[in-house]
Design a protein around this ligand. Structure first.
Ligand SMILES: Nc1ncnc2c1ncn2[C@@H]1O[C@H](COP(=O)(O)OP(=O)(O)O)[C@@H](O)[C@H]1O
Ligand SMILES: [Mg+2]
Length: 260
């Protein structure tokens, strides 16, 4: 079971889009996938075709210790992956957990109960470096950072890298940065090309070779509660996430070989 935290404290960089579409693409590549929505906005939940209004139990109840992860997991009918949904109440978890012992390891413990029933667990983080994100980083094997290639992208990156270093020191010594993902990429934009080249020269093969283009289908699909792979299979956006899934599987296999 490989647990990936999809994180960037900036909002609107493509975290949720990446989670939903990568989940569907990994399933298409015959992997068993669980997506955990950790954002009180619940965009991954609705984007997976689950109605937030009718939800009685969510990841919030898991984090505060009222439910097990298995009790809240549902199946995304069209995406064919499993999902632990989130809704507004998750915003309260921060305050409720603040004086609790082991508040940073709630998610890690909840995941231990799954006993490897999935090949990949994707954690859709909120746009903040808060306690919920720290729970994700503590539970994860690796971090995937989606980013737009724009001028301020690199600035936010150093805060995130510092948080990752702190989590490594105190909570999860084996946490790695698996990769940086260029999202909403527009090849005609000179600045995007420059920032992209800068990223590659600075982070080398930590930058996924797959690039996610700006593609209207990726923006439309969530309003139908569908991954782009189901909404418009042939679209450039859907196909980019299929390619990303293959790249991630290749990377996981390479790691497994090293371990042997
Ligand atoms: N590659 C893309 N092409 C076009 N629109 C995109 C793309 N990726 C994300 N979007 C849109 O951009 C907005 C922000 O994306 P989202 O995945 O919700 O970001 P985050 O989870 O980081 O806040 C959403 O409206 C989404 O539909
Ligand atoms: Mg999001």
């Amino acid at each position: 079971m490989r647990i990936l935290a999809i994180t960037n404290q900036k909002g609107g960089v493509g975290k949720t889009t990446t989670c939903v579409n990568l989940a569907a693409s990994l399933v298409a590549a015959k992997s068993r996938v669980l997506l955990i929505d950790l954002d009180p906005q619940g965009n991954a939940t609705t984007g997976s075709g689950i109605d937030k209004a009718g939800l009685k139990q969510t990841i919030y109840h898991v984090l505060i210790g009222k439910k097990t992860l298995k009790e809240v997991i549902q199946t995304s009918e069209k995406g064919l992956f499993d999902i632990a949904p989130a809704s507004r109440d998750l915003a309260g978890a921060e305050v409720e957990l603040v004086n609790e012992i082991g508040r940073e390891t709630r998610l890690k413990l909840a995941l231990a109960e799954l006993n490897d029933s999935y090949d990949y667990v994707l954690l859709d983080c909120p746009p903040a470096l808060n306690l919920v994100t720290v729970n994700a980083l503590t539970a994860a094997n690796a971090v995937m950072i989606p980013m737009q290639c724009e001028y301020y992208a690199l600035e936010g990156l150093s805060d995130l890298v510092n948080t990752i270093k702190k989590v490594r020191t105190h909570l999860n010594s084996t946490l790695e940065i698996e990769g940086l993902l260029r999202t909403m990429f527009d090849n005609r934009n000179m600045l995007a090309q420059q920032v992209s080249a800068q990223l590659v020269s600075h982070f080398g093969d930590k930058v996924y070779s797959t690039v996610i283009p700006r593609n209207i289908r990726l923006a439309e699909a969530p309003s139908y509660g569908l991954p782009a792979l189901v909404y418009d299979r042939a679209s450039k956006g859907a196909q980019a996430y299929v390619e990303l899934a293959h790249e991630i599987i290749r990377r996981s296999k390479a790691k497994a070989n090293v371990a042997i």
